[in-house]
Design a protein around this ligand. Structure first.
Ligand SMILES: C[S@@+](CC[C@H](N)C(=O)[O-])C[C@H]1O[C@@H](n2cnc3c(N)ncnc32)[C@H](O)[C@@H]1O
Length: 260
């Protein structure tokens, strides 16, 4: 990793550590994607990001701190078709909202893992799991470029507005392919740019820690997933987050297994 990438990752970690502290101290959600992390006294609701995107029933079933900690750009559990007994991995799990929702859907015979590099977020997520009374969850410290789980150990990879923050997306996609079982699938919410936007134009629309400047284009996303071995790739826009930039749901399958 270059020194510049190192510094970028550290600025992401510092920003999300501050967001976790805001929630832990009882502040409202400090949204980071979109309009950038804000001080607790300057929080505004951004309907493109965070808890507002979730179904009211899902929100109501979780501790308030898990809901206010939500910093994603979609609802990756909604279309993931999670089944009893499955093992789910959330990349960049933050305060844990999608891990907790997954844990409920896969039931006691399944398991939901979250990986995050920010200690403050992991502490918040573990606290939220305790408050929710959910015990088929595990929050692991690590990076999504080097996932601390064995190969062929996961049925479904989800993520919510994190892959755009990575400085090495091919490594993330290769790691997703490594941990998934044959026939395993991904259901990921992320920010993607229209193919006509140059990297400089993406940078004009928002910064890296705000989930905008680091976004791939549709074609780049598809090509990098295919290079990592994924099949049946579908990238579906859900809502615009900036001019010619969209929140999307990315679905794909690891070849092999029953699904082919
Ligand atoms: C925008 S927040 C999203 C959190 C959560 N997915 C949600 O929807 O609320 C990004 C999270 O990803 C984590 N993160 C960012 N880059 C990461 C990386 N390279 N490896 C592991 N975690 C990362 C941050 O610490 C932060 O918790």
């Amino acid at each position: 990793m270059s020194r510049q990438d190192d510094e970028l990752r550290e600025s992401v970690r510092v920003r999300y550590a501050a967001a976790a502290a805001t929630v832990t101290e009882g502040g409202a959600s400090a949204d980071c994607c979109g309009s950038g992390c804000r001080a607790p006294d300057a929080v505004q609701i951004d309907t493109n990001f965070g808890a507002a995107l979730y179904d009211a029933v899902d929100r109501g079933a979780l501790p308030i701190q898990a809901v206010t900690a939500s910093l994603g750009c979609g609802t990756p559990t909604a279309g993931a078709d999670l089944r009893e007994g499955e093992r789910v991995l959330d990349l960049g799990s933050g305060g844990g909202i999608d891990v907790l929702l997954s844990a409920r859907r896969v039931g006691p015979t399944g398991r939901a893992f979250g990986v995050d590099m920010t200690g403050e977020m992991l502490a918040l997520a573990r606290d939220n799991a305790t408050q929710a009374g959910v015990d088929n969850v595990e929050f692991l410290e690590g990076t999504i470029e080097s996932i601390p789980l064995p190969a062929n150990s996961i049925d479904v990879v989800i993520s919510n507005c994190v892959i755009n923050l990575s400085t090495d997306k091919p490594a993330v996609f290769a790691e997703m392919a490594r941990v998934l079982v044959p026939g395993g699938r991904i259901n990921i919410a992320d920010v993607v740019a229209e193919d006509t936007l140059t990297p400089a134009e993406r940078g004009e629309r928002g910064d890296h820690v705000g989930c905008i400047a680091g976004a791939l284009s549709f074609t780049e996303y598809r090509d990098q997933l295919a290079a990592a071995g994924f099949a049946e790739i579908e990238i579906t826009p859900t809502h615009a987050v900036a001019d010619k930039m969209h929140s999307v749901i990315v679905q794909a399958v690891q070849p092999g297994g029953d699904r082919g």
